[in-house]
Design a protein around this ligand. Structure first.
Ligand SMILES: *Cc1c(COP(=O)(O)O)cnc(C)c1O
Length: 391
């Protein structure tokens, strides 16, 4: 066995931090190069017309993208990964595992783009969705119909970080013969590995924590078993919304530091949440790490950490606007999960298309802000919020 083969086969048992760096393709087999080569090619030569090459056309497969797909599959504990041009490309492709006449049960506080795809596009293709409070197992069970085929989860949810009991929903879904899908963007495989809880398909907006630098749009899907993997592969190749070669490389570059970034940001997020919770001018703080956060014990059973997103209610739209005007450090923007902190205003950004009554009913008031904690010094972030909150 060559040294490099030995490198490749001695990975079992390694801890997550080690697997992030030694993921199998970290050393180029042909040259020993320290990063995955960019195979910037759309097509591949058939040396013998009777023996097609391993890769023949980049939509169907590309060695750089394959390295990324194997990387995420390994981290999530699935059998195969798939890389897409965006999180929505991954999510919408996975929904096409369903067919006309099928019914889906989906968490009610799902990501806005997912809600739009299901209500505007999937509905037109004859795929019907019931949105339920996924934290309520009875509500999930009650939504079951004869034609239900799948359950879609997101936990913690956006922006109020509601917790779904993944193992309980997945076990019930399995009993009923349903496919389970879960958007793991907020936790990443560092904190939460849904396949270990019985989920069939894990999805990511890799634009967020996995990429980690606000410089890339990407989506990933991981299949728990070979049967689903074959169907997802067919859909990825048929729909063609694959991730480009350069972006595949850039995403792998970001993923190598996932644990280092998540650890730092989470530590700061805990500190920030605790500080906010003490302030009389903050009406409410949403963070799974707070002692009184609903579903905290469930979250602790299924995740190794609380993540880097903290939402808080300033009490009014006026107070939220004043704070956004006065903060100096965070980027005031949509998106999350980057080296820089990002402050979002759900009422006018991610949830602007939701009718006000629905928004308010889901706890997304006009004073709610979402803080994605980056890699700045935590005390500097707190000092910045303090000066922005001062009257
Ligand atoms: C951003 C996001 C998406 C969509 O991903 P894109 O990369 O923007 O297409 C899906 N789910 C969650 C939870 C997100 O935050």
């Amino acid at each position: 066995m060559s040294h490099s083969e030995e490198r490749r086969t001695s990975k079992t048992g390694d801890q997550f931090a080690t697997r992030l760096i030694h993921f199998g393709a970290e050393v180029d087999q042909a040259t020993g190069a320290s990063s995955v080569p960019l195979y910037q090619a759309s097509t591949f030569h058939h040396a013998s017309i009777d023996a097609p090459p391993q890769y023949d056309y980049t939509r169907s497969g590309n060695p750089t993208r394959q390295a990324l797909e194997d990387y995420i599959a390994g981290l999530e504990g699935g059998v195969r990964g798939f890389a897409f041009a965006s999180g929505m490309a991954a999510i919408s492709t996975a929904f096409l595992l369903l067919s006309a006449g099928d019914h889906l049960i989906c968490t009610e506080d799902v990501y806005g783009g997912t809600y739009r795809f299901l209500t505007v596009v999937a509905s037109r293709l004859g795929i019907e969705t019931t949105f339920v409070d996924m934290t309520d197992l009875d509500a999930v069970r009650a939504a079951l119909k004869d034609n239900t085929k799948a359950v879609y989860m997101e936990t913690p949810s956006n922006p109020t970080l509601k917790i779904t009991d993944v193992a309980a929903v997945a076990a019930w879904a399995k009993e009923c013969g349903l496919l389970t899908l879960l958007d793991n963007t907020f936790m990443t495989p560092y904190h939460q590995r849904p396949i270990e809880q019985g989920v069939d398909v894990v999805l990511h907006s890799a634009t967020k924590f996995l990429g980690g630098h606000s410089d890339l749009l990407a989506g990933l899907a991981v299949a728990a078993d070979e049967n689903i993997a074959v169907r997802l592969k067919m859909l990825q190749n048929s729909l063609g919304s694959v991730l480009g070669v350069q972006d595949s490389w850039l995403l792998m570059r970001g993923m190598k530091t996932l644990q280092a970034r998540m650890e730092h940001s989470e530590r700061s997020a805990r500190k920030l949440a605790a500080w906010l919770a003490e302030r009389p001018d903050i009406a409410r703080v949403y963070y799974p790490g707070l002692a009184d956060h609903p579903g905290r014990e469930i979250h602790e059973r299924q995740s190794s950490g609380y993540g880097a997103v903290v939402s808080f209610d300033t009490g009014s739209g006026e107070a939220a606007r004043r704070l956004m005007d006065k903060v100096r450090l965070p980027l005031v923007a949509v998106s999350l999960g980057a080296v820089e902190s990002i402050l979002s205003y759900p009422a006018l950004m991610s949830h602007a298309s939701m009718p006000q009554e629905v928004r308010h009913a889901r706890g997304i008031g006009d004073g709610l802000l979402r803080f994605s904690v980056g890699l700045e010094d935590a005390d500097d972030l707190i000092a910045d919020l303090e000066q922005a909150l001062a009257r």
